[in-house]
Ligand binder design. Structure first.
Ligand SMILES: C[S@@+](CC[C@H](N)C(=O)[O-])C[C@H]1O[C@@H](n2cnc3c(N)ncnc32)[C@H](O)[C@@H]1O
Length: 462
C-alpha cells in the first residue's frame, strides 16, 4: 500500500481551488458535494464557476495566486494548467501543513482524488496513488456492477438502527456475526423492493435472537495456487471466516483473500502438531470441532479440491458423527489447473476418451497402482504426488505395455507465477525432470494429448 486511504469530512471546512477553468470547475463540484466552504482564486473564471458563484456556493478572488491564500485551509487544489503556479501552490501548502492536490501531477500532491462509486452514504474509492487514473476509473466501473442499486437505502436503514443492533450482541465477535446475518438474510432484498415494514420485522426477529448456537465448518478448495482461480463461493466464505486452518499447498496469494481479521492457523506438514499422519489428522479434526462448538465460522482451506486426494472425506466424517454443520466448497483441482495453464487438453476425441487421476505416492518403497489398467491406450493419466516415485512409475507403465514414446509432461507449481513444465517421452521423463530439479508440488500428465501442448500451449497462439 503506497498511500493511506482516508475519507475527509469537509462539511463547512475551508478549501481553496486555484484556477478558474473547466478542470477547476470539476474539482469545485466534488468539493461542493461534500459540503466544503470553497474559495476560488483565479484572475479569470469560466462559466461553470461563475454559475456556482451566482448561486452563492463559493467565493471568488479575481486575482493571481498568493502564498497566503492557502493559510488556514484544510485542502487546496492547484488546477491552473501552469506548472510554475501549481508548483507555488504546492510549496505554500507544504510550508503551512495544508493538504494539496495538483491536477494531473502526482509529484505535486500530498493527496490524490480517487475514482469513486457514490451511493449516498456509501462511497467506494479506488486509487492508484496518482500513477494511472484511467486504471482507477476502469476498476471503479467493474466494482460499480457489483454494488446493488438499493445500497443507499440499505445504508440509511441500517445507519438509523445501528445503536440498537449493536446493543443486541454481547461482544465484538457476536456483533459482527449479527451484522453478517442481517446482510446475508432477506433484509437487503426487502428494502430493494420497497418493503420497509417487512424489513423492519425481519430485523426485529434477528435482534431478539442474535446468537447462533453452533458454528459452521466450511471445507474450501483453494485451487492450485493462482488466487483468481478461487470460486466466487470460496471468496465469499473466506471473507466471512473467523478462523482459517490451512495447509502447505495454499499459496500466500490465496491466503491474502481471507478476511483481514480472520485468525490464520497453519496445520500443514511443518506445523507443530503431534507426529504421525493419523494423529495429525485427528488433531486437525479436533480443532475444527472446537471452533464450530464455539459458534465460529471455521474454514478448512485445502489446496486444489478438498475431495481430490485431500482427506476432505475424513474431515466431514468426523463433523457428521459429532453433529456439526458443515459445507464443502469445491475448488479447481491440480490436474485441471496444471493442464489448462500448460496448454494440455486432458481429453481429445481423437486421442483420449477418458482421464484418470491417480496418486503416485510411494508406500513401503513401492508405487502401488493397477498398472495393466493404467497402461491401456486411449486415456490420459494425471499423477498426483508422483515426484519421488517418477522413475518407478514411468518404468512400470512401460513394463505393462505403454509405448516408451508416449508424450508426458511434469508441471511444477502449476498456475503460480513460477510454473515450470518439462515435456519428454515416457522413457526419458524421469531423467529430464531430475535434470531440471523441478520444485514441488508437481503433477505429471501422461498420454498422447500432451503432444497437443506444442500446438495449444502458452506462446503458440497467433
Ligand atoms: C495431497 S495432494 C492434494 C491435491 C489437491 N486436493 C487437489 O485437488 O489438487 C497434493 C498433490 O497435488 C498436486 N498439486 C497441488 N498443487 C499443485 C500445483 N500448484 N502444481 C502442481 N501440482 C500440484 C501435487 O501432485 C501434489 O503432490
Amino acid at each position: 500500500m503506497d498511500t493511506l486511504p482516508l475519507f475527509l469530512h469537509l462539511d463547512d471546512q475551508p478549501c481553496v481551488v486555484v484556477g478558474g477553468g473547466a478542470v477547476a470547475a470539476r474539482k469545485v463540484e466534488a468539493l461542493a458535494r461534500a459540503g466544503a466552504r470553497i474559495t476560488v482564486v483565479a484572475p479569470r473564471i469560466g462559466p461553470a464557476i461563475a454559475d456556482l458563484e451566482a448561486d452563492g456556493r463559493l467565493r471568488v478572488e479575481r486575482r493571481p495566486f498568493a502564498d497566503q491564500d492557502v493559510r488556514g485551509a484544510l485542502l487546496a487544489i492547484a488546477a491552473t494548467g501552469d506548472r510554475e503556479v501549481n508548483g507555488r501552490v504546492y510549496a505554500a501548502c507544504r510550508a503551512s501543513g495544508v493538504l494539496v492536490n495538483t491536477v494531473d501531477d502526482p509529484s505535486l500532491c500530498t493527496v490524490t482524488f480517487p475514482a469513486i462509486v457514490d451511493r449516498g452514504p456509501v462511497t467506494v474509492a479506488v486509487s492508484t496513488g496518482g500513477s494511472a487514473p484511467a486504471l482507477a476509473r476502469y476498476l471503479r466501473e467493474k466494482i460499480e456492477q457489483f454494488i446493488p442499486s438499493g445500497t443507499e437505502r440499505l445504508a440509511r436503514f441500517l445507519g438509523a438502527r445501528r445503536a440498537d443492533i449493536n446493543l443486541a450482541a454481547a461482544d465484538g465477535r457476536a456483533r459482527r456475526r449479527l451484522w453478517d446475518r442481517i446482510l446475508d438474510g432477506p433484509i437487503p432484498d426487502l428494502l430493494e423492493s420497497g418493503r420497509e415494514e417487512a424489513a423492519e420485522e425481519a430485523l426485529g426477529r434477528l435482534v431478539e435472537s442474535p446468537a447462533e448456537t453452533t458454528g459452521l465448518v466450511s471445507l474450501v478448495g483453494a485451487g492450485p495456487g493462482d488466487p483468481d482461480l478461487l470460486t466466487i463461493k470460496a471468496m465469499h466464505t473466506l471473507q466471512r471466516a473467523d478462523i482459517v486452518y490451512y495447509d502447505n499447498l495454499v499459496s500466500p496469494a490465496v491466503l491474502d483473500r481471507c478476511r483481514r481479521d480472520a485468525e490464520r492457523v497453519y496445520v500443514g506438514k511443518r506445523a507443530r502438531l503431534a507426529g504421525s499422519r493419523s494423529t495429525r489428522q485427528a488433531e486437525i479434526n479436533e480443532l475444527l470441532l472446537a471452533g464450530a462448538r464455539e459458534g465460529l465460522r471455521v474454514v478448512r482451506l485445502k489446496g486444489g479440491d478438498p475431495f481430490v486426494f485431500g482427506r476432505g472425506g475424513e474431515e466431514i466424517e468426523t463433523l457428521h458423527e459429532r453433529g456439526i454443520a458443515f459445507e464443502v466448497v469445491p475448488g479447481i483441482t491440480a490436474a485441471l489447473g496444471c493442464a489448462a495453464y500448460a496448454g494440455i487438453p486432458l481429453t481429445h476425441r481423437d486421442w483420449a476418451q477418458s482421464v484418470r487421476f491417480v496418486t503416485g505416492h510411494v508406500t513401503g518403497g513401492e508405487v502401488n497402482l493397477d498398472w495393466p489398467e493404467l497402461a491401456r491406450p486411449g486415456q490420459t493419466l494425471v499423477v498426483y504426488m508422483g515426484l519421488a516415485g517418477l522413475t518407478q512409475l514411468t518404468a512400470r507403465l512401460i513394463e505393462h505395455g505403454m509405448a516408451p514414446e508416449t508424450p508426458a509432461a511434469t508441471v511444477s507449481r502449476g498456475t503460480l507465477p513460477d510454473q515450470a513444465v518439462v515435456t519428454a517421452d515416457l522413457a526419458t521423463l524421469a531423467e529430464e525432470v531430475a535434470r531440471a530439479r523441478l520444485p514441488g508440488p508437481t503433477t505429471t500428465i501422461v498420454g498422447r494429448v500432451v503432444a497437443l501442448r506444442d500446438r495449444f500451449g502458452p506462446g503458440t497462439g497467433e
